[in-house]
Structures are given as structure tokens and as C-alpha cells.
Design a protein around this ligand. Structure first.
Ligand code: DC
Length: 223
């Protein structure tokens, strides 16, 4: 049986950085489920579909094929055969993914792919509903969070380092809006699973978070 580690939490909590590090250290496969919702969102955006048009989104779901591959250990997302891994990383695509991930048809399509990936390998899967819905039997569940201020400051520093000018107040407001959308939707909202370990990274660096999660895995005799 494969071992599954689920990491859920709000946008900007550092899930992907931590999950990638853990996957490399434990030789597990990292599955970034947000990237799948982003790839679908990109498809809707490119066709000028409004996020509120559920009928059009449902119809288009039939035409979308999302697949995942690994190149040099990095997850690549393919949308109808084209590698869209770089194009899905914008704020606009992230926001559209948050808005269109509320629909049952969008979720059903991706959850099926997520189940298949978790069945065939040891995975660290991150997202919003992994511990609560996708992998309810995951051996380890982590709810990784950080304060809005910390998450906004990290994002601000990242953008500054890239030379992109930005307003920290706007970043904070965007994060709050995304939290609200992801936590208050009807289907599979972001929640801490009952059996998930809460890790608040507000005052921790990456090494400290990785080691806290590894300690949880050790307690369960997984490593
Ligand atoms: O983690 P991310 O920012 O790449 O995710 C983008 C959006 O996709 C997120 O705001 C909500 C949605 N999402 C989801 O509904 N369920 C998941 N398991 C992962 C992401």
C-alpha cells in the first residue's frame, strides 16, 4: 500500500515549498493539486468564460484533459497535451482557480486524477481538501497555516526580489479574499481535518517546518 501525506492550508502558507522539500528528502512524489485547478482555470480564461457561468464551465469540462508528468523531479502540468506549468503561475490564474474550483464538475474531474496518483506511489499531496476529502485515510495529515500578515510579507518580499513593485496592503486584501472564498464554498471547503496536525509557520523558517513535519512522520514510524 502506498503512503500518503496530505498537506492542506490557505494560499501562501508555504505548502508547496515545504511539500517539495519533504518529497525530495523522503523520496516521495510531490503532487501539487492547486496546479491542476489552475490549469483548468487557464482554459476557461483563454476562452473568455466568466467564473460565474457554471453551465459554460460544465460544458467545457468535457473538452479538458489534465495530465501530470515529472521532469527532473519537478511536476509538470499538461493541459490537452501542452505543458502549461509556467503559464498557470500568475495571480489572475490563481484567482480564477479559486473561483472555478467551487463547481462539482471541476472538482470531480481532478479528484479522480488525484486518487489515481496517490494509489500508485508514495505521495505528498498539497491542496485545500486533501486530508478532508481526497485522501481521508492519509497516514499523515498536516494543516499548514500562517497569519495573513506573515503570508503577505513573504509574498511582498518574493515580488520585491523579482523587481516587481507591489503594495503590501493590496496583497493582504487579496489573501483575505482568497481565504474567504476557499473556506466558505459549499463543496470541499478548506478545513483542518479532525485528525490533522496544525503547523503554524508564522514564526518558523522552512527548515523548522520541515523538521516539525518529519517528527510527526517519525512518531508514526513512517520514517
Ligand atoms: O494552491 P494554489 O494557490 O495553487 O490553488 C489555487 C486555487 O485552487 C485555490 O485558491 C483553490 C483551488 N484549490 C482547490 O480548490 N482544491 C485544492 N485541492 C487545491 C486548490
Amino acid at each position: 500500500m502506498s503512503i500518503n501525506i496530505a498537506i492542506d492550508g490557505p494560499a501562501g502558507a508555504g505548502k508547496s515549498t515545504i511539500a517539495k522539500r519533504l518529497a525530495a528528502e523522503l523520496s516521495y512524489i510531490y503532487v501539487d493539486t492547486g496546479a491542476m485547478y489552475r490549469a483548468m482555470a487557464l482554459y476557461f480564461m483563454e476562452r473568455g468564460i466568466s467564473a460565474s457561468d457554471e453551465q459554460a464551465i460544465n460544458d467545457l469540462c468535457e473538452d479538458i484533459d489534465i495530465t501530470i508528468a515529472y521532469e527532473a523531479g519537478e511536476q509538470q502540468v499538461y493541459l490537452n497535451g501542452a505543458n502549461v506549468s509556467d503559464r498557470i503561475r500568475t495571480e489572475e490564474v490563481g484567482n480564477m482557480a479559486s473561483l472555478t474550483s467551487v463547481y462539482a464538475k471541476v472538482r470531480a474531474k481532478l479528484v479522480e486524477l488525484q486518487h489515481a496518483l496517490a494509489k500508485r506511489a508514495n505521495v505528498i499531496m498539497d491542496g485545500r481538501d486533501i486530508g478532508t476529502c481526497v485522501l481521508p485515510d492519509a497516514q499523515v495529515k498536516i494543516y499548514l497555516t500562517a497569519s495573513v500578515e506573515t503570508r503577505a510579507k513573504r509574498r511582498y518580499d518574493e515580488l520585491q526580489a523579482k523587481g516587481v513593485s507591489c503594495d503590501i496592503g493590496k496583497i493582504e486584501r487579496d489573501i483575505e479574499k482568497r481565504d474567504y472564498q476557499d473556506m466558505n464554498r459549499e463543496i470541499s471547503p478548506l478545513r483542518q481535518a479532525k485528525d490533522a496536525h496544525l503547523v503554524d509557520s508564522s514564526a518558523l523558517d522552512i527548515d523548522e517546518v520541515v523538521s516539525a513535519i518529519k517528527n510527526i512522520c517519525k512518531e508514526k514510524n513512517l520514517i
